[in-house]
Design a protein around this ligand. Structure first.
Ligand code: PMP
Length: 394
């Protein structure tokens, strides 16, 4: 068997999917992730982006980014621990600490590296991790790297989590780790109960607030604001690739933990610093959130309008309080057909099939942007109606 045989076999499968219109990955976008995006030369309505507040094309965010490139160049060309930390990185870390209500934060080059690098630096062989079965791959990778004993609990099942904690060796250090908003279905972790069992069994808690930051809570500060639990969680992490419309991530914790991570997390030390302009993008995004609270209101208005409209049409939705709307289809082939027909009608959505979701629960992941217009939402609903009826879903 040749090392690369797996590639040839894999590509045969991809060719099959492409020839059956069941391949929706690596699609080429020809413009910004705005409500209207160009694909194959056509204007499409984008219901598949995490640019929740529309900051990717916000004039203030764009001009702050350009200004930072002019002042600081295109990249810092070094690790954060050597000469890659700039005034902008420090300013961002301070601003994020205020945003999340923590003593300090550490900014990593991607969200993936944030989760992976935080867990792997803090949890070691002989420790235990309790991880939700639907946690993001970056958390799973961190768990593997840590060499700790990893217990997977059933999704959001607090009884199962407690059973596992109750039977664990009381002398071991323990971390419970969970996505705040689960990225495929938009459902929320039950943080109040997680915190309760964590306190009962002496475990620390880490939350990945990738999809909650900028989205949840009255001010958009995230899942801790939503649950009124600011300051109660040991490690609060997030990414800049969703609401903040760029790349990077952060962990908020006590000053002591952050200082430790800065000199012990390999994903922080042995990689290039995020370009200073990225820090400027996120700082500007945080300022826009303060100055234009109507963006957050508009986001939830759009999400609620879309949810109500889809339900009235007869689609089955899983309930969420986020702008991620899971339209449950069940069968993989019909899920792909739905996405394909919607694409032909000028609507971009993401089909989600196993292993990203469990068997027979494939779904269309709709995500809305604050800057989508009422007219665009109405057009999208009309197209859902057309496709849903054609495929016998509604
Ligand atoms: N955590 C969650 C819940 C995510 O959805 C993602 C991105 N898909 C990440 C972490 C990784 O973040 P990034 O894409 O910014 O590296």
């Amino acid at each position: 068997m040749d090392l690369f045989d797996k590639c040839y076999e894999f590509n045969k499968k991809i060719d099959y999917l492409k020839s059956h219109h069941q391949f929706f990955y690596l699609r080429e976008m020809e413009s910004a992730p705005a409500p209207l995006v160009r694909m194959k030369g056509q204007e499409m309505i984008l219901l598949g982006s995490n640019n929740y507040l529309g900051l990717a094309t916000h004039p203030k965010v764009i001009s702050a980014t350009i200004k930072a490139i002019q002042e600081y160049g295109t990249g810092a060309c070094s690790s954060r621990v050597l000469t890659g930390t700039t005034t902008l990185h420090h300013r961002l870390e301070k601003k994020l600490a205020q945003f999340k209500g923590t003593e300090d934060t550490i900014v990593f080059s991607t969200g993936f590296m944030t989760m992976m690098g935080t867990i792997a630096a803090l949890v070691k062989e002989g420790d235990m991790i309790f991880s939700d079965e639907l946690n993001h791959a970056s958390i799973i990778e961190g768990c593997r790297l840590s060499k700790a004993e990893v217990k997977i609990y059933q999704h959001n099942n607090m009884t199962n989590l407690e059973e596992q904690l109750a039977t664990a060796d009381p002398s071991k250090n323990k971390l419970i780790v969970t996505d705040g908003v689960f990225s495929m279905k938009g459902t929320l972790a039950n943080l109040p109960q997680i915190k309760q069992v964590a306190d009962k069994y002496g475990a620390k808690v880490m939350v990945d607030d990738a999809h909650g930051s900028g989205v949840l809570g009255d001010k958009g500060h995230g899942i801790l604001e939503y649950y009124n639990m600011e300051g109660e969680i040991d490690l609060i992490c997030g990414t800049f690739s969703k609401t903040f419309a760029t790349i990077g991530g952060f962990t908020g914790a006590t000053a002591q933990i952050v200082a430790f991570l800065k000199l012990n997390s390999r994903a922080f030390i042995f990689t290039a610093s995020p370009p200073p302009a990225i820090a400027a993008t996120v700082i500007a995004g945080l300022e826009v959130m303060e100055e234009e609270p109507q963006l957050l209101q508009q986001l939830h208005h759009n999400a609620n309008f879309m949810k109500k409209g889809l339900m009235e049409l007869g689609f089955t939705l899983e309930e969420t309080v986020t702008p991620i709307i899971p339209v449950i289809i069940g069968n993989d082939e019909i899920t792909f057909k739905t996405a394909g027909l919607l694409e032909e009608e000028g609507i971009i959505v993401n089909p989600v099939v196993p292993p990203a979701v469990s068997k027979e629960s494939s779904l269309i992941r709709v995500s809305v942007i604050a800057t989508l217009s009422q007219k665009q939402l109405e057009i999208a609903l009309d197209k859902f109606k057309l496709v849903g009826k054609k495929l016998g879903i509604i």
